[in-house]
Design a protein around this ligand. Structure first.
Ligand code: 3H9
Length: 700
């Protein structure tokens, strides 16, 4: 029998235990082991029922994602699942932790399912660009109805054991020992004469309403997830469950699953899944590096960013002091915090009780002495080195030894900030993205002297705050903003060359970006960065010109949403962009000033100019070691900049296109537009060697 699946007969029960750390994924050896174990149970005359359970922290978390894209190895999961359901002796799945994807499909094939109270079950395949391919789309609607199955399979979010029981997915919940609960349940089944009960043989309960439900879901997908490959196929598979007998429905599911498996979106989403796990592995940091306990926090500065950061701590159950310079500013900051929570309560995403609990963790202060005992302090004050100096000198004076002193700076030199203290080893960057309580990305900036312990603690803290924490090195703008500067600049050049904001935004949205760069500029304010642009204009050599279009708009008082108009108009406080008729003469003037004859540009050209600017800068960032690996850059773009997950991130996208092709276009842009487009040496090297960004690790 396979080493990953243990079979034991105890009295009249067969105990089948899956043991494949860390998450009992259904790799080849587990599939084979399950098949053999159920055969053995069937063949053993003394076995009257089968109890299936898992070791470790969780039930099976699904198919082994690492096997996707490789040649299939028998037995397939559908084969295993069908054999489990066909078994002539009743079986019970005993679920703890998470039963996800193929894991839940195995459980659905068992004749009964019980779960520990704190378990979760779900079919998250859609998040990997797939659909449940081992009977999930056929068996779940038979147990829970089409409405619930659509929600779980197209949405992909797991549900609690209690909810699953309410919808007929689970039979019973228990607390305590898995084996004891499973054995007792099986004995009860036998005593009560309840035998085999196959999910696949049950009718779909709400089949009569299915057509309307399926149509409504298709309409919702067209509206909310245009361009995604797998959600519509999930619906098609559920339609098959309603219209076809089980065997044919399973066949149809298989076909649709294979289509998804072969799609580039699946590859991109799986890349994103592993990128997130990989980011936690920090180069040069041992996995067992000790971390410091974080029981309390403080945030300096009660602006939008500071308040958002303070809410992150409160949301994670960590008491946090919020420091402002005086009582008036403090009251304004605390009101902002209360308003943010109140809006969540109004939306229904937070209960009154949770709001009260979180607000109780937030303590407004105006005196630095109140920060003396904080385990971590995050500074979120004005982006000016002199202001930072004053803050860090005071922190150095009042904070206890061992406190982590973090800066939320988005552009200043972290090493210079660390040098304002006598403990640079305790200084780290925690670069949150606005709104900090919503955005998942956290750039963890490793300064030249940041200690391993402080870095490991910052990464662990990121996880606790439910952030995607990515380590970056010190440079202007770190990874995300340094790259987005290139992207923004190209989008503005395109406006000066002949494109309209509608065209630039439309082309990038059609590619999948959550928002176009012009609408994004309007949201953040066109005057943001004005001073930086003026500084850059003076310091950059003449071969690196900057676009003028933003300045033209600012001069005309078009500052974006806050002034009612920018690239677009926002009449009467509306947030929906509408065409701005005042824009055309300003764009024409900007083109004239740069001596450019406006021309028509196609969407593909627009997308390539903006995206390849990201890729070229990303390659420089990689070679400089500012990012540890290409997938970290992708993660930053997926979680902080609205890059579409089904494209995998800018570096993965470039790998998919082929670096030789990307380089060829960059060379053309270089010839056409000059120095900004100088190809990155790493890109040239990898393209010449036929390699990809994903092959490249720092130091190679
Ligand atoms: C599927 O089932 C298709 C079928 O319908 C049809 C087939 C025909 N495979 O997340 P963590 C690794 S599609 C391989 O940090 P947590 C992960 O990479 C699948 N490896 O832990 C990491 O490795 P490392 C549908 C996997 O406690 C380690 O396990 N299922 C898999 O924060 C720990 O992971 C899903 O989409 C896997 N399936 O969260 C569920 N899962 O240590 C995906 C994890 O080397 N998994 N690993 O970096 C999860 O959502 C979370 O891992 C889970 C645990 C909630 C289970």
């Amino acid at each position: 029998m396979s080493a990953s699946v243990l079979f034991e007969r105890r009295g009249n029960l067969a105990l089948v235990t899956v043991n494949n750390p860390p998450v009992n994924a259904l790799g080849q050896s587990v599939r084979e082991g399950l098949l053999e174990a159920f055969r053995a149970a069937e063949a053993d005359a003394q076995v009257e029922a089968v109890v299936l359970l898992c070791t470790g922290s969780t039930f099976m978390a699904g198919a082994d994602i690492k096997e996707f894209g490789k040649p299939p190895q028998a037995p397939s999961l559908p084969e295993v699942v069908n054999a489990i359901e066909a078994c002539a002796k009743p079986s019970v799945a005993v679920i703890h932790g998470s039963a996800l994807g193929g894991g839940l499909e195995v459980a659905l094939a068992c004749h009964y399912r019980i779960a520990r109270n704190d378990a979760r079950v779900g079919l998250p395949e859609v998040k990997l660009g797939l659909l449940p391919g081992a009977g999930g789309t056929q068996r779940l609607p038979r147990l829970a109805g089409v409405a619930k199955a659509l929600e779980m399979i197209v949405g992909g979010a797991p549900i609690s054991a209690t909810e699953a029981q309410r919808h007929g997915i689970l039979d019973e919940l228990f607390d305590g020992d898995l084996l004891a609960a499973g054995s007792a349940f099986a004995q009860r089944l036998l005593a009560e004469g309840r035998g085999v009960r196959r999910s696949g043989e049950q009718p779909v309960a709400d089949a009569g309403e299915a057509a309307a439900l399926l149509d409504a879901k298709r309409a919702e997908i067209h509206q909310r997830m245009p361009g995604l490959f797998s959600p519509l196929r999930c619906v098609a598979a559920l339609e098959a469950a309603v219209q076809l007998p089980l065997a044919e429905g399973l066949e149809r599911e298989r076909e649709l699953f294979r289509e998804c498996l072969a799609s580039p979106q699946r590859a991109a989403l799986v890349h994103a899944f592993f990128a997130e796990r990989q980011a936690g592995k920090v180069v040069g940091l041992a996995a067992d590096t000790p971390t410091r306990a974080i029981a309390s926090a403080a945030v300096i500065g009660g602006g939008t960013m500071g308040v958002g950061i303070a809410l992150c701590f409160a949301n994670a159950g960590i008491p946090v002091k919020l420091l402002e310079i005086d009582q008036t500013a403090l009251e304004r900051a605390l009101q902002r915090a209360r308003d943010t929570y109140a809006a969540s309560v109004k939306r229904g995403s937070l209960s009154e009780a949770d709001m009260a609990r979180r607000l109780a963790l937030l303590d407004g202060v105006t005196d630095y002495a109140a920060l003396a005992e904080a385990d971590v302090v995050v500074e979120a004050v004005f982006e000016n080195l002199e202001v930072k100096r004053q803050v860090f000198e005071r922190l150095d004076a009042v904070c206890k030894p061992g406190a982590i002193l973090a800066s939320n700076t988005s552009s200043l030199d972290l090493d210079a900030i660390a040098a304002f203290t006598a403990r640079p080893q305790d200084v780290v960057g925690l670069h949150f993205f606005s709104p900090a309580n919503v955005m998942r990305l956290l750039e963890v900036v490793r300064g030249a002297q940041t200690s391993d312990t402080v870095l490991a603690t910052a990464m662990a803290l990121g996880k606790r705050l439910k952030k995607v924490a990515v380590v970056v090195g010190v440079c202007d703008g770190f990874v995300g903003n340094r790259m987005v500067f290139q992207y923004g600049r190209e989008s503005e050049f395109l406006l000066e060359e002949g494109a309209t904001p509608e065209q630039v935004d439309g082309a990038l949205r059609a590619f999948g970006m959550a928002m176009g760069p012009c609408a994004m500029r309007d949201l953040s304010g066109l005057d943001i960065g004005l001073a930086i642009r003026n500084r850059q204009r003076q310091s950059l050599p003449p071969q690196f010109p900057l676009p003028r279009v933003l300045d033209k708009l600012c001069e005309a008082g078009l500052l974006g949403q806050k002034s009612g108009a920018g690239f677009y108009r926002y009449p009467e406080g509306s947030r929906t962009p509408q065409p701005n008729p005042a824009l055309a003469p300003l764009l024409e003037a900007a083109s004239r000033e740069r001596g450019i004859a406006r021309r028509s540009l196609d969407d593909r050209y627009i997308v390539e100019r903006c995206l390849f600017a990201l890729v070229n800068e990303g390659a420089k960032i990689l070679e400089e070691g500012i990012a540890q690996r290409a997938s970290d850059i992708d993660l930053i773009y997926l979680n902080g900049y609205g890059f579409p997950a089904h494209r995998g991130g800018p570096m993965f996208h470039a790998d998919q296109l082929g670096l030789d092709k990307v380089l060829a276009r960059i060379r053309e842009f270089h010839a056409e537009h000059g120095a900004w487009w100088q190809p990155a040496p790493l890109l040239e090297r990898l393209a010449a060697e036929g390699r990809q960004f994903s092959d490249w690790e720092a130091g190679q």
